[in-house]
Structures are given as C-alpha cells and as structure tokens.
Design a protein around this ligand. Structure first.
Ligand SMILES: Nc1ncnc2c1ncn2[C@@H]1O[C@H](COP(=O)(O)OP(=O)(O)OP(=O)(O)O)[C@@H](O)[C@H]1O
Ligand SMILES: [Mg+2]
Length: 328
C-alpha cells in the first residue's frame, strides 16, 4: 500500500493560512471543555468541570477485557503522540478500574517522566530486562497517582540495547518472554511505548504484542513512513508473531482551525477504515504541559478537552475488546 498525502491534502496545505501557528496554542474557548457550570469564576467553573469529569470516570468502571490486551504503540515518525497516547490512555483506563502497565521502550524515557516514575541511570529498567539481567517484575514501579497503574521505566542505558541485542540469542523475542513471566499481576492492558525507529527495540515490542496502535498526527506528511511501518508489521507477522494486527489508529494533535487537519483525518480514515477511533485528540497546550510536571493530563487538568478526549479514546478502545468479560 502506498500511503502518500492526496492531492486534496496538498491543496489544503497550500491553502492553510501562513499565520496559523503550528505551535500548541489554542484560544481559551477551545482549551476549556464547554459545559454549563454553576460557578461564578473561570477557576471555579474549571474546578467544577474537573470534579464532574473525574466523578463520572470513577463511577463508570469499565468491563475487564476477556483476556489481557497488549498494545505496541508504534510510528517511526518522531513526535506524533506515541508517548502521550500511551500514558494518557493507560491512566484513563486505570482511572476507570482497569489494571494497566506501560512499558517504556524508548531510551528518551518520556513515558516514565510523564507518569512521574523514577528513571535515573541505575534504576532497574527495560534495558536490564531485555538483556536478561533482571525479571520484568523487578523493574515494575507503581504510579504515584494510581494503585492500578504501573510502569517499567526506561533509562538512557537502553540507547545501547539496539547494538547489544544484535548478538543475543532470540533477540527479537526477549520482551515477549519477559512479559510471559508477569502472569500473577493480571494486568488488563499493557502498552509498550516505542522509540521513533524500526530497530530491534520496536521489533521486540511488535513480537510481544498482538495489537498495534498507530498514532497519526493531523499534519502534512502525517502518512509518510506509515507504509514502511505497515510493511515491517507484515514481516514480523509472517516470521515472528502470527497474531500481530493493527487494530487501532488514533488521530492526534488535531487543530480544528485548519482545513489540512480535516483532510489528513479523512485520508487516514479512508486508508484504515474503522480501525481509526472516532475520538480525535485535539492539539492542546495542557496536554503538552502535563509531562513537565510528571503527570498525565488526567491529573494535571482533568477538566480540559485533552483529558476528556483521552477518556473517550480509552472507552472506545475498551469497547473493542470482544468476547465475555473476565471476572471483576
Ligand atoms: N494533543 C496534543 N496537543 C499538544 N501537544 C501535544 C499533544 N500530544 C503530544 N503533544 C506534544 O508533542 C510532542 C510529541 O509528543 P510525544 O512525545 O507524545 O510524541 P512521540 O511520538 O512519543 O515522540 P517520539 O517519537 O520522540 O517518542 C511532545 O512535546 C508532546 O507534549
Ligand atoms: Mg515518545
């Protein structure tokens, strides 16, 4: 499959006014979740919204999936929202009652940072797990914000793993083998956050998970490289993991003020059909600020549109778990 921006997308790009910022700026009215409140001040209204959203989310516990669902979050294009999607969907599922694990497989360690998880050099991490020094269990850390949310952090040591793994036995299946030892934790969802490359780390993630989630940024060139990713997924499926499937595509950083964003969304929907979540993640300053505080958007600003959209996305993902629910 050749995935290129269509002529319409190119035209939309050309028509996009020059003064439309590509920065994470939104007018205040777009940033806030617009629902009537009884509060007199903007801060009061925001607090009221946050309380309502958190209350609804906690009250609306999701059904456990029939069996553990493991997702690799991959797109070799950098900065498309892989990590943001991994941590916020995971936090949203945990908030709604499901036991969730994020495995940070990117030496940048952004998922660990965003979850407020220690990942200084020397911290037991995905690196030691991959090279077989420790078990996955001994690298697990619980999120400071939720008893149902866990993370296996990544430290900078992981940067050397691509090379070290080359000469190792069963180098592509090391994460899968490590994950198989975690049965007693009974996680409902596992998300593996990949680096922006198609090297051995991403291959380990693709071998360990039956489901692939591809975040696609609503920008020009969004589909660049996705064809290559799909070919790699096919190769891993053919040789290493017959269960592998792209089940979910998430449109990220959608900016409703540009025609281009709609055009990209349309192109992606025409390529991937109903694998694309109905929920689109808006471009939002709050979403980009949250990791700086070691928080997901659900802790940082639960009343924001970003938090609402990740809650909606998590519910859609959970709805797609087919078969009878597990015991609660
Ligand atoms: N919905 C959003 N609105 C605004 N900014 C966002 C949004 N989602 C992500 N960002 C910001 O965009 C940048 C890239 O996001 P993120 O780190 O999630 O992408 P990534 O695909 O994991 O990047 P990498 O390939 O480097 O691992 C980050 O600074 C993040 O805070
Ligand atoms: Mg990332």
């Amino acid at each position: 499959m050749k995935l290129r921006p269509t002529r319409d997308a190119k035209r939309a790009a050309a028509e996009t006014p020059r003064n439309v910022s590509r920065e994470t700026w939104l007018p205040p009215a777009e940033e806030a979740w617009q629902e009537p409140t009884t509060a007199d001040t903007p801060i009061g209204a925001e607090a009221e919204r946050a309380v309502r959203i958190l209350h609804n989310a906690k009250g609306q516990q999701l059904r456990r999936p029939p069996r553990q669902r493991v997702f690799t979050i991959a797109n070799q294009k950098g900065g498309v929202g892989k990590t943001t999607t991994a941590v916020n969907v995971a936090a949203a599922l945990a908030l709604q009652g499901l036991k969730t694990l994020v495995i940070d497989l990117d030496p940048q360690g952004n998922a660990s940072t965003a979850l407020g998880i220690e990942h200084r050099p020397g911290t037991p991490s995905s690196y030691e797990v991959l090279i077989g020094e420790i078990t996955l269990e001994s690298a697990l850390q619980q999120s400071p914000y939720s008893e149902r949310l866990y993370c296996v952090p990544a430290t900078i040591d992981l940067a050397g793993a691509e090379i070290e793994l080359v000469s190792m036995v069963a180098r592509e299946g090391r994460l899968r083998n490590a994950l198989a030892t975690l049965k007693e934790y009974d996680f409902d969802y596992v998300f593996i956050d990949c680096p922006p490359s198609l090297g051995l780390l991403t291959i380990n993630a693709l071998v360990a998970a039956p489901e692939v989630l591809i975040p696609i940024q609503c920008e020009y060139y969004a589909l660049e490289g996705v064809g290559q990713l799909l070919r790699n997924i096919d190769m891993v499926k053919a040789h290493l993991n017959p269960l592998l499937d792209v089940t979910t595509v998430v449109l990220t950083m959608y900016d409703g003020r540009t025609k281009l964003a709609d055009q990209v969304a349309e192109d992606v929907r025409s390529h991937f059909g109903d694998k694309v979540l109905r929920t689109v993640i808006p471009r939002s300053v709050k979403v980009s600020e949250a990791p700086g505080y070691g928080m997901t958007i659900l802790e940082y600003d639960p009343g924001s549109r970003g938090a609402m959209s990740y809650l909606d996305a998590s519910r859609e993902i959970a709805e797609r778990a087919h078969g009878p629910a597990r015991a609660q």
